[in-house]
Write a protein that binds this ligand. Structure first.
Ligand code: SMO
Length: 763
């Protein structure tokens, strides 16, 4: 199919949910209210590592308006996956709902249900907890000392979450022996928090048949269902999980959180519906951040720029529980074998427990960290070898047929296409060769330009069949309903799915409506993560639509007395090849036939994907104020290969959002933990600076369809996580270009810049 043949795919149709969203009519979990609804709150630990000697809830229970209090004495003693991921390799089973122990500051120790949020909050203060403090470890270095206190009994020991992940190819030592230039560096990064607009929220309600109905803001409704059923000892058909509109997730809403279990248990105890809602502060304390990391990287290059050997060791700080650390460590470690091609490579990844808040899944899942280092060191090598940095990346970019982190061969030349396209569109050579780096308006400002690259895989979990599912119904009037379990995080995924169905089926986009987020109704879904909804569920939806289309056409053929091969269906009109007068609407085709009343058609598609890789190169301009140390990211040109774009404006929105978050990571966002006692110092948005609209650069997005993936619908690949990855190193590289100071960490603060300038002046 050439681009011109598409009627709906590739067009920025009006989003299916746009009216309800802009008018405020769309329902989010927080919009559910009814008389008698109780409110739950969590009592949080004021100490990072301790045993609970005694907990007295009598005063709280006696407080007027309080309906129930739960402590570790009242909840099932079941170790659960903090993340109920079907791939056990992604997650750890190291958490109880409540325990007589706390492992981080702010961990829940008790839960209250009361007739109002205020009363529940006040009751928390009446719970008396007697702690026996335990020695804590608050950074990965002390956690790995031989005599360090052990945070968990489960796991391989040594405060490791899982055994080290090791991958090795070729002969690394021989590779270094061939190198003309060897670079070694240490890198580290802070703790950005996915600041979704809608804090975590859930509502639990039990009915007379002991069935739990559970509304929650989650990316993974079926995993929530599975984990709740397991812990509560219920069959899956006695747990119904509902997800309505969501205000973002960014990966972190893949976990099953402590408050979700507690909400269900409080509702059970009270025999009344309970709502539990995080404050913004709680999304920091009890949410999931990106993993802070420390990394050592050594690489060898030939004079012509060819990378010949790579040796990397990375430590991800997991915090108090494993959450997605196994997955993040595995994905990050394997991804570090790629991006820039190298035959001789060795990467070792570890995840280490500390008594700090939990790190988990966050857009860019382990890869943000490793590619930050790879891309900065690539820049350093280019400079040392006298090669233009963009040209250096072009020479080393992964190519068609190279082994991808997943073990599959890379399809197409996506990364090279992004780099070379950007070089031209950004006017890279002329811009960067310009010796004048001053700003005409402010002599203290130095301008600089940088580039960063990324690739990211979507989907594919070995061993899980039918990961993507969709059901398509052609109703008796010719309208179409798509049922999907894929959550709508706010990215427009449901619109893309509806476009795919309409295109494949041959009906108008407006005739397709999407039903989602009710586990009793929609087909099973692995969850909206790994940048895969369009790729995976889109493929399943296309298969389902094709089946329905064949059945509609079979009916039409019968009615028209024509061969089915001669029929076409476009925009809901069925025509006959070579007979312009002959046609039927879908409505007519679906109507009564030979006395049999009108009926609907329903079919389901399932899809087992391989893994697809998307690519990008980001070109940026920064302005560094040498008096204040403030770095301003002024311009970004993200060039992305998405294989096939389904909805250009939605894809562009994803890219712009990723850049905004990436700028935050790189320049200002860091959830700071006191390394002496595990207390958090800036939970909430008062002292944690995320970029706002006024901080946004001029973004000139370029979307390429350079390397379509045969596994995705018409070649489409993921775009969700990609844009957060390359922007960080691109900014760091541009800062070096501006002021000649190299930074190997994020965030790069004004203080860092001023100290760096001072160091440089002293050299
Ligand atoms: S961090 Mo993502 O939702 O795989």
């Amino acid at each position: 199919m050439t681009k011109q043949d598409f009627r709906i795919v590739g067009k920025s149709v009006k989003r299916a949910d746009v009216i309800e969203k802009v008018t405020g009519e769309g329902k989010y979990t927080g919009d559910y209210h009814w008389p008698g609804l109780l409110h739950g709150k969590i009592k949080r630990s004021e100490i990072a590592h301790a045993r609970i000697k005694h907990i007295d809830v009598s005063k709280a229970l006696a407080y007027p308006g309080v309906k129930a209090v739960l402590t570790h004495h009242d909840v099932p003693k079941v170790l659960h996956y903090g993340s109920p991921h079907p791939r056990s390799a992604s997650c750890t089973k190291d958490q109880y709902i409540l325990e007589d122990k706390v492992r981080f500051w702010g961990e829940g120790v008790a839960a209250v249900a009361a007739i109002s949020e205020e009363i529940a909050d006040e009751a928390l203060d009446l719970i008396e907890v007697e702690y026996e403090p335990l020695p804590g470890v608050y950074d990965v270095d002390s956690a790995q000392l031989p005599d360090a206190p052990q945070i968990h009994e489960v796991g391989p020991g040594g405060n490791l979450v899982i055994p080290p992940v090791h991958v090795e190819r070729g002969d690394v030592d021989a590779g270094f022996a061939k190198a003309d230039l060897i670079l070694e560096g240490e890198f580290e990064g802070g703790r950005p928090v996915p600041t979704y607009m809608e804090p975590n929220i859930c509502v639990a309600d039990w009915d007379g048949s002991n069935k739990l109905t559970f509304w929650t803001s989650t990316q993974t409704s079926f995993m929530v269902r599975g984990a709740l059923a397991e812990v509560l000892g219920l069959p899956l058909n006695k747990v119904r999980v509902l997800v309505d509109h969501m205000g973002g997730g960014f990966g972190a809403k893949q976990d099953l959180f402590q408050h979700e279990f507690l909400c269900a248990l409080l509702a059970k105890k009270c025999r009344r519906a309970v709502k539990m809602e995080f404050t913004r502060r709680e999304t920091f304390i009890a949410g999931r951040s990106r993993h802070p990391f420390k990394l050592k990287l050594k690489q060898g290059f030939r004079k012509d720029g060819t990378l010949v050997a790579r040796d990397m060791q990375i430590i991800y700080e997991s915090g108090a529980y494993g959450s997605h650390s196994p997955g993040v460590t595995t994905v990050g470690t394997f991804s570090a074998t790629s991006l820039f091609r190298v035959e001789n490579v060795r990467v070792n990844g570890r995840a280490v427990y500390t008594n700090t808040p939990i790190a988990g899944a966050y857009r860019g899942y382990g890869v943000v960290q490793t590619y930050f280092a790879l891309d900065i060191q690539m820049d350093e090598a280019a400079e040392k070898l006298g090669i233009d940095p963009a040209e250096m990346r072009l020479r080393n970019a992964v190519r068609e047929g190279d082994i991808a982190p997943s073990g599959h061969p890379i399809i197409g030349r996506g990364l090279e296409a992004c780099i070379s396209h950007g070089i031209k569109a950004f006017d890279w050579a002329a811009t960067r060769d310009n010796p004048d780096r001053s700003d005409p308006l402010n002599p203290a400002i130095r301008k600089g330009w940088g580039v960063g690259c990324e690739m990211h895989g979507s989907s594919a979990y070995p061993g899980i069949k039918e990961q993507g599912n969709a059901t398509v119904k052609m109703n008796e009037d010719g309208s179409v309903t798509l049922l999907t379990g894929a959550a709508g995080l706010g990215t427009g995924a449901h619109t893309a799915l509806a476009q795919i169905v309409a295109e494949e089926l041959g009906v108008t986009f407006e005739s397709v409506s999407v039903v989602h987020g009710d586990t009793d109704v929609v087909p099973w879904d692995i969850g909206a993560f790994a940048s895969h909804t369009t790729y995976l569920v889109g493929s399943a939806a296309r298969i389902a639509a094709a089946k329905v289309r064949a059945r509609v056409l079979a009916r039409a053929a019968e009615k028209l007395q024509e061969q089915v091969e001669h029929l076409r269906m476009v925009d809901g009109i069925i025509t006959v090849d070579g007979k312009p007068g002959q046609s039927l609407t879908v409505f007519e085709a679906m109507g009564p036939s030979r006395g049999i009343p009108a009926e609907h058609l329903i079919d389901t598609g399932s899809y087992n994907p391989t893994k697809s890789y998307s690519f990008a190169a980001h070109f940026v301009e920064v302005a560094v104020d040498t008096e204040t140390g403030i770095i301003e990211c002024r311009k970004v040109m993200p060039v992305h290969d998405v294989g096939r774009v389904i909805h250009p404006i939605a894809a562009q929105g994803q890219i712009e959002g990723g850049i905004q978050q990436g700028i935050g990571h790189t320049l200002t966002e860091d959830y700071i933990i006191d390394r002496s006692n595990g207390r958090s110092l800036n939970a909430g948005l008062v002292d944690y600076k995320m970029p706002l609209s006024m901080d946004m650069p001029d973004i000139q997005t370029i979307i390429l369809e350079a390397a379509p993936d045969p596994g995705g619908p018409w070649g489409a690949k993921g775009v969700g996580e990609d844009p957060i990855i390359a922007i960080g190193p691109a900014i760091a590289n541009a800062v070096y270009d501006a002021i000649g100071v190299r930074f190997h960490h994020y965030p790069i603060t004004p203080e860092d810049v001023l100290n760096g300038l001072r160091r440089k002046a002293a050299e």
